[in-house]
Design a protein around this ligand. Structure first.
Ligand code: HEM
Length: 472
């Protein structure tokens, strides 16, 4: 029996069903949301019971036409919206209004031809094969992180350590050089701006577009100024030829090769902010949920340790090991199912469209596709509330429709960083498993809280148990 199992069985108040808020019986109206703005900062807690069972549910926020919408929990209709008729379902304006003042016209927030061109330039850089060269960076950062975790004498917040390791990685991957102090500043800038999200969201719901945009711009202006300063520095590094092998260096090269022109200061700033925002808190949160779940299900951690030991026999992991770590990967996949960091995708219909037989979305209506709901729908998942990595192994999931599982979205706007983050998460988890067991102590206090990213509602206090290396 491992140390993790020993300890786990003694944790008071330990539950075995992963946490979820109890859904209200009926839809929460705008009036109640205004009295209890906490609802707006944790949207998933406001989803009524019926939305977990139905395939199509109508909703209404406020009185304007733009407050009308439909929740879609049907894989075929989702494929229609995200893939087949994607041009008719652009991202929803309020969502863009909140993100654009900070991210400008980066890959996440741009649209139309300009987005298409950016995506084409960036796609080859994010392909699995091209990303292999980042694997040693992932493993080095994971080893430093494991060392920090193991040297903690008392319980420590493992979610904060996951933020630190993923920030180290994304900083170095984007920039290709060590600008650690800048990266931390910038991450605080982006994070601090996002903490103003409830205010921005309220402005989005309550004000007409002009007023909404003024309020949001004022809230994010300081963040944007420091990002511009940072982008200047990056462009200078690029001129000095220091960052050629980084994500942003590759993008600058691809852009120059395509149009003959250098990327502008604004473009560089927007892509750096986008990759930082989209690319680190999401992976950090995934790993935090992994530690939470493994603390509830310690046998899964033992299985990961056995798998990694067999493959690597104590040496550092490499990109070539990934295909031999199916169970470790399945644990990450299952964590992304139960706690998708991007819990809700919002779209708006440009034209009236029939998305499924008899189901019409009118022009101007909102469409909510919620990975949080979809991943818990009984049509697609047996025992949906349970943690079962096996559903992602071998043939187990072959019958499931592709668009019933959407941690990275779908269609042309699917996450460009999915291979990057999966490789990163598996290598970090595998590296930790080689060296230690981890137990989150306060699992009973945890709830998912969906803002821009769905995080645990409290810090995850954890302890580690060093392992004896198999070939030591
Ligand atoms: C577990 C980690 C991650 C999750 C769960 C995640 C999730 C998502 C989702 C759901 C979308 C689509 C949003 C929509 O359709 O409205 C998205 C888009 C995006 N993600 Fe990720 N992401 C992750 C990691 C990353 C990483 C590591 C990067 C970059 C290094 C990244 C960069 C982006 C970008 C640039 C987009 C916009 C793509 C476009 O619209 O063309 N993401 N992500």
């Amino acid at each position: 029996m491992s140390a993790v199992e020993d300890f786990g069985s003694d944790v008071p108040g330990r539950t075995v069903v992963p946490a979820r808020p109890t859904p209200p019986r009926h839809q929460v109206g705008l009036a109640r949301a205004l009295i209890q703005p906490a609802i707006l900062t944790n949207l998933i807690a406001s989803f009524p019971e019926a939305w977990y069972r139905e395939r199509f549910s109508r909703f209404r926020i406020g009185v304007s036409a733009s407050g009308r919408g439909i929740v879609i929990n049907d894989a075929d209709a989702i494929r229609h919206i995200l893939v087949t008729a994607a041009d008719n379902f652009p991202k929803e304006d309020n969502q863009l209004a909140v993100l654009r003042p900070l991210l400008g016209r980066g890959l996440l927030t741009d649209e139309g031809e300009s987005w298409r061109r950016k995506r084409q330039l960036a796609a080859p850089i994010f392909q699995h094969a091209a990303l292999k060269e980042f694997a040693p960076l992932f493993v080095r950062a994971a080893e430093r992180s494991a060392h920090r975790a193991l040297s903690q004498k008392n319980a420590f917040p493992i979610d904060a350590e996951m933020t630190r390791v993923t920030l180290d990685i994304i900083g170095e991957a984007i920039l290709g050089c060590d600008l650690e102090s800048d990266v931390e500043d910038i991450s605080n800038t982006v994070g601090g701006t996002l903490d103003k999200f409830p205010g921005m969201f309220l402005a989005g719901v309550l004000l007409p577009p002009y007023g909404r945009d003024r309020v949001i711009e004022a809230l994010v202006a300081p963040g944007r100024r420091s990002l511009t300063k940072f982008a200047r520095k990056i462009i200078k590094h690029a001129r000095d030829n220091q960052i050629r092998s980084s994500l942003i260096g590759k993008l600058m090269d691809a852009s120059k090769a395509d149009s003959g022109e250098d990327m502008t200061l604004d473009n560089v700033r927007d892509e750096i902010a986008t990759f930082l925002l989209a690319g680190h808190e999401t992976t950090a949160t995934t790993l935090s949920w992994v530690w939470y779940l493994l603390s509830l299900y310690p046998d899964a951690m033992v299985r990961i340790q056995d798998e990694v030991d067999q493959v690597a026999e104590g040496r550092a992991l490499t990109a070539d090991d990934l295909s031999s770590l199916p169970y470790t990967r399945a644990v990450v996949d299952e964590a992304l199912r139960l706690y998708p960091p991007v819990a809700n995708l919002l779209r708006k219909a440009n034209e009236t469209t029939e998305v499924a037989p008899g189901i019409t979305v009118k022009a101007g209506e909102r469409v909510l596709i919620s990975p949080w709901l979809l991943h818990r729908h009984e049509t697609y998942w047996s025992e949906p509330e349970e943690f079962r990595p096996e559903r992602f192994l071998g043939e187990a999931g072959k019958e499931r429709p592709r668009h019933a599982y959407l941690p990275f979205g779908g269609g042309p706007r699917i996450c460009i960083g999915s291979s990057f983050s999966l490789m990163e998460a598996v290598l970090i988890l595998g590296t930790y498993a080689q060296k230690m067991g981890v137990q989150v102590l306060n699992t009973a206090e945890v709830m998912p809280q969906a803002r821009i990213v769905m995080r645990p509602s409290v810090r995850l206090r954890a302890v580690t148990f060093p392992r004896v290396q198999p070939n030591a």
